[in-house]
Design a protein around this ligand. Structure first.
Ligand SMILES: *Cc1c(COP(=O)(O)O)cnc(C)c1O
Length: 390
């Protein structure tokens, strides 16, 4: 029945599992273990003949409520909560890949995703090819007989490049491969990768799902079969479990996710539009702007431009740093998806480990700034970026 609810109803009530006390808010089951009424029940639980919890690393009622709520929003068959977004990325890929396999990924990746694919997987015998995600022929050309997974983020961090999910899904499926999409930047509110053919969607709940900068968490959305056959055997034994407390915070975050993301996305569009006519800004990158090189693809696969934008300040690094120094409302932070607006200089922070040539290929210059738009008054944010809030 809850599968037929509207999105907002799913976000407020999905997965709700009240205790005998009838609490209005979801209960926080802060426990690592569970007790059984008899040895027979314990045996049945371990046999899988009796539904119920056995140990915090295997499952928890609060975590399960979070998983069910996000599952409903995504329209996926199954959801697995994880300790962080990177635990979700690593968990999804490592439970599928083995030594001798090959992965194809877009080169514009979140820093830790880049490390996982280019440094960590190769140590376990998983080879990789990085491609320009916007070049569909490059995805196709990268396919090898042992290719088992495709991985991409769209919009990308920090230059907000878009990748055609449907087209890459088709290439992946023709190659008997899975497509894994990191949907953090778009959020489940503004983009539904599974409707466009993605097999797995991963989230950092740390970002918009919590949305108020409190906890780390993540999730893997997949088929029921992938969860049962791949994720559970890997993740239950290797331990990247989502804390019940963090699950509870994110569960409550989901209730307001749609309101927050839509408001932040609308504000981001207003800021991007204002910055386009700013005399000291040479370039603004935001998917919903008509000037974005992939604005047509934006209209096809997203229902809003998202809460992040990037822009280039005339005069290079010094001018970018000067702009940041003059801010009094917007904070300097590499985090994103928060109700507080946050700005970062990717070349010296999030992408400092990426060598200069690769950075240039991703479109990151010394004058690029990335802004995560929060919930403040948009007039204040625009005035702050104009240096008028000093
Ligand atoms: C933050 C982020 C991650 C990692 O999430 P954590 O919760 O920090 O582990 C992965 N991908 C993208 C696009 C992110 O923004």
């Amino acid at each position: 029945m809850s599968d037929n609810w509207g999105e907002s109803t799913k976000l407020v009530r999905g997965g709700l599992n009240r205790s005998q006390h009838g609490e209005t808010a979801e209960a926080l089951y802060l426990t690592s273990g569970f007790c059984y009424d008899s040895a027979e029940i314990a045996q049945a639980r371990f046999n899988g003949d009796d539904e119920g919890f056995v140990y915090g690393r295997y499952g928890n009622p609060t975590v399960e409520m979070f998983e069910e709520r996000l599952r409903l929003l995504e329209g996926a068959e199954a959801c697995y909560g994880t300790a962080s977004g990177m635990a979700a990325v690593w968990g999804a890929l490592s439970s599928h890949l083995k030594a001798g396999d090959h992965i194809v990924a877009a080169k514009a990746l979140f820093g830790s995703c880049y490390q996982v694919i280019t440094n960590i997987f190769p140590r376990f015998g998983v080879d990789f090819t990085l491609v320009d995600g916007t070049d569909l022929a490059a995805w196709q050309a990268a396919v090898k007989p042992n290719t088992k997974a495709f991985f991409l983020e769209t919009p990308s961090n920090p230059t907000l490049e878009l990748i055609d999910i449907q087209a890459v899904a088709d290439i992946a499926h023709n190659a008997n491969s899975l497509l894994v999409v990191d949907n953090v930047f778009a959020t489940p509110v503004l983009q539904k990768p599974m409707e466009m053919g993605a097999d797995i969607v991963v989230y950092s709940g740390t970002k918009h799902i919590d949305g108020q900068g409190r906890v780390l968490g993540g999730a893997i959305l997949s088929s029921e079969k992938f969860k049962e056959d791949q994720l559970k055997p890997m993740l239950r034994h290797t331990g990247p479990s989502l804390s019940p407390f963090n699950a509870w915070v994110m569960l409550k975050g989901l209730e307001t996710l749609k309101l927050r993301v839509n408001a932040q996305s609308q504000a981001a569009l207003e800021i991007a539009t204002a910055l386009e006519s700013h005399p000291e800004i040479s370039k603004v990158l935001y998917p919903a702007l008509p000037s974005h090189p992939q604005n047509d693809l934006y209209k096809k696969q997203m229902s809003g431009g998202g809460t992040l934008l990037a822009f280039e300040v005339k005069g290079g690094k010094q001018s970018a740093f000067d702009l940041m120094r003059n801010l009094t409302v917007i904070d300097i932070s590499n985090n994103l998806g928060d109700s507080k607006s946050l700005i970062t200089h990717p070349a010296s922070t999030t992408h400092r480990a990426v060598d200069e040539e690769a950075r240039a290929e991703m479109g990151i210059t010394e004058s690029t700034l990335r802004l995560s738009v929060g919930l403040e008054d948009v007039e204040d944010l625009i005035a702050d970026l104009n240096g008028e809030m000093l």
